[in-house]
Write a protein that binds this ligand. Sequence first.
Ligand SMILES: *Cc1c(COP(=O)(O)O)cnc(C)c1O
Length: 366
Amino acid sequence: MNIPMVDLRGQYQSLKEEIRRQLDSVLEGSQFVLGPQGEALEQEIAAYCGVRHAIGVASGTDALHLALRAAGIGPGDEVITTPFTFIATAEAIAYVGAKAVFVDIDPQTFNICVDAVASAVGPRTRAVLPVHLFGQPADLAPLKQICDRHGLRLIEDCAQSFGAVYQGRMTGAWGDAGCFSFFPSKNLGCYGDGGMIVTNDDHLAAEIRMLRNHGSRERYYHAAIGYNSRLDDMQAAILRVKLKHIDDYNRARRRNAALYSELLQDAPVLTPVEDGKGCHVFHQYTLRAPRRADLQKTLSAAGIASAIYYPVPLHRQEVFAADCAGLSLPVAEQAAAEVLSLPMYPELTAEQIRLVCRTIADAAAR
Ligand SMILES: *Cc1c(COP(=O)(O)O)cnc(C)c1O
């Protein structure tokens, strides 16, 4: 039995009829960009997240970029963020000409450390950009307090947390803006690239709508140099079908995670810690494995995929070497050396999970 990290085919098979019907109707209507499907999806996601506005864009990376730019963050500004994330988080900060200030993470949740954020606020700080890593909400309440106290923007990277709730409110709805990715492997994924920004700020929403469409509020009148960054109607139609099932999918991920953690109790690995402040939607199921290389080899020999998210924290990446010379963030560095993510998707079966856990136990016994 081969077990991949993600398998998108099962979900497609179960939704095939409806997805094909919806795609057909987009093809028949032939309004492919900024059409009715995109608009309907925006309304549905705004309602789902409990916010006033949702704006579709071309990717999660663009969602972060446009949110930062619409918030007026630019050259000379600093944005405090986590080094333990995908590069896109920091790329977006660089795109607007601002500087990413990396601070260390919490060893239990891998999310940005609130005390480290508080200590890093300085005269140039304009925003805090937490990531809800692996689907677990960052500690938003104290982060929001810090932002309110210092007049900073809170921009959430929700690429891995669609449907994750923190203290009764959706991730994405806490900050000035929440930025989602619909990359195929995310919890809510389309069949290409896509993204969305949610916000309660009317001004920010209008700016983002203008920026995503060539800086235009009215056709052929351009107020700013903008971008071509729309979510197309084919992708929106697919996402509308999947959105109806997202809570079931996230429940299935949680159920799979619970079974993994139960079966790995006695294995020489540390299973993910839920901090109890929010609902973890397990975009990834990520262990700490002190003997990671051996474990990965054993899994691979048994046909079981595993992956390291992320092997190099951003402050140690070549691209940030000059900015981060001498910066030491030991918790993030140790996490990068120890983490190992196991296969995770809603359709993963109990039998598959048992096999993965048995293989890990066998590896330890040897
Ligand atoms: C996937 C991801 C992004 C980027 O999303 P794209 O849609 O691929 O551009 C940004 N941040 C994090 C944490 C991600 O996991």
